[in-house]
Design a protein around this ligand. Structure first.
Ligand code: ZN
Length: 137
């Protein structure tokens, strides 16, 4: 499924899930290191229009695709591969709720639901319409 927000294809040019493993292996090898499989669970959230998670190993941002079960930290010296990713069950609705906003305001914290984001949209409807050119200032 195509995602509305930005995923690994747009942010780090990894178009398939296989690219994730290949990329981190290449990076680690170039640095004389090996990829480490990390079994901790990444928690996906949206930051300025991008699906991301924080690496528990080094705190770097990791590009997430909400439909993939693999993600990798490309942080220098980290090179962790994750196979457990907690994606909100209502991620499609979250994308729809955020789609009306400017990229800088496309944010969903861990645990934030689509319903809560729709309430925020309602509260900020005027600003959203101005930003979208649907209302004159
Ligand atoms: Zn890391």
């Amino acid at each position: 499924m195509a995602i509305k927000l930005l995923g690994p294809a747009q942010t780090v040019r990894m178009r398939t899930e296989a690219d994730v493993t290949a990329r981190v292996e290449r990076r680690a090898a170039a640095d004389g290191q090996q990829v480490r499989l990390d079994r901790r669970t990444l928690v996906a959230y949206v930051s300025e229009g991008r699906w991301v998670a924080d690496c528990p190993g080094c705190r770097a941002g990791i590009a997430i695709h909400p439909e993939w079960t693999t993600a990798a930290c490309l942080g220098v010296g980290c090179y962790r591969l994750y196979t457990s990713i907690a994606v909100p069950t209502d991620w499609v609705e979250i994308e729809t709720a955020l789609d009306v906003r400017d990229k800088v305001n496309q944010n969903a914290l861990p645990g934030e639901t689509a319903a809560a984001l729709e309430v925020e949209n309602e509260i900020h409807r005027g600003e959203i319409e101005i930003a979208r050119g649907e209302r004159i200032r």
